[in-house]
Design a protein. Sequence first.
Length: 190
Amino acid sequence: MRREDWDREAATFDHDPDHGLADPLVRAAWRELLVGVLPHPPARIVDLGCGTGTLTRLLVDEGHAVDGMDISPEMISRARAKVPEARFVVGDAARPAIEPQSYDVVLSRHVLWAMPEPAEAFARWAELLRPGGIAVLVEGRWATGAGLSAEATESIVRTACTEVDVVHLSDSMYWGRQIADERYLVVGRC
């Protein structure tokens, strides 16, 4: 999708249970999942393709220092309102203009699959990590055929990370409804 499309989506983006995390059970599931794979606070995290800042909010509440980036100015505007204590910039997650080795964690949710060249984008993301940093990617392959399989994403992450774990996220507690798609979390220690 184009920047203008994401700008239009911003007004209703948080309506999906997994986007806005308004449902306490869905929010608790995401919190537990992410806390279980992230370093102890305060880690420095970049949330690439941060949307309205929902995961940023969750991680700031846990004591992390989080910067968010999204291509949509409207998404960033909403993220700034939701998480005023975080820093947000409008930018292209495929080519983040960020100093290398600036972060302990690179986080993205449903972003890698949308990159024109996912392997090249991930290589740039890995450069943002300090030695021993962690890449945390939530991805999927949807019933429509769009997306990346867990196997494909794992293969991409292994190009830069030595230890890679895949956790399948088929439980409705993450999405607020039953799903038929392949959705998963990939954690790469680089």
